[in-house]
Design a protein around this ligand. Sequence first.
Ligand code: BG6
Ligand code: MG
Length: 229
Amino acid sequence: MGVIFDLDGVIVDTAKYHFQAWKRLANELGFDFDETQNEQLKGVSRYDSLNLILGWGGVTQTEEQKQAWMVTKNDWYLGLISEMNESEILPGVHSFLDELNAAQIPVGLGSASKNSKRILEQIGLTSYFQSIVDGNRVVKGKPNPETFLTGARELNLAPSECIVFEDAPKGVKAAKAGGFMAIGIGSSRNLSNADYILKGFENIRWRTIQRLFRNYKIKDEKFSTSFNY
Ligand code: BG6
Ligand code: MG
């Protein structure tokens, strides 16, 4: 079996930087949006995020202008994360990855971000991942399952053999659509579609996750048995 991690909000808290950069763009265009709206941008590609934000501001523009705004936003974002280092890895993630490594569990990254590789390098975690599927590699972003299905294929595993860790409702939706067990990272308030929810990785051991996976399989089997008869 194997695991696939989302990046933003699971390994590092970059949502606050994305928020700042998008907010700056919106403000320059003469409107604002709040943190509740920002929740809707989690797991969503840069292009789709821009369209959502422009919709909130009632702004319509040419594709060319949108491309230029995306470049501007990303430059600001890169400025905000330029100093990012391993101190920004969320609590417990590093030791959990060490444990997976020691147990020789295949590990993949499944992120919408086109900056994934840069961020993994900056925080020193690249070598933990045998597969990296990011926003540069997929046609259909989350909630489409393509990101995770590509990752599972690269790890030589079936979706039913993989666990996905996700903080975004759209990411959980993508995992479930692909036939994966999905563990939500965050609060049950917005992750009700996940199979299990963890606050984060602090004090989380691989054997705990394996137990959750076994329970999930039993539930799954019960469901298909009752479904068949
Ligand atoms: C996701 C974030 O991981 O990546 C989104 O949750 C972000 O907020 C998306 O828009 C794309 O990121 P980037 O780095 O390619 O602009
Ligand atoms: Mg995320």
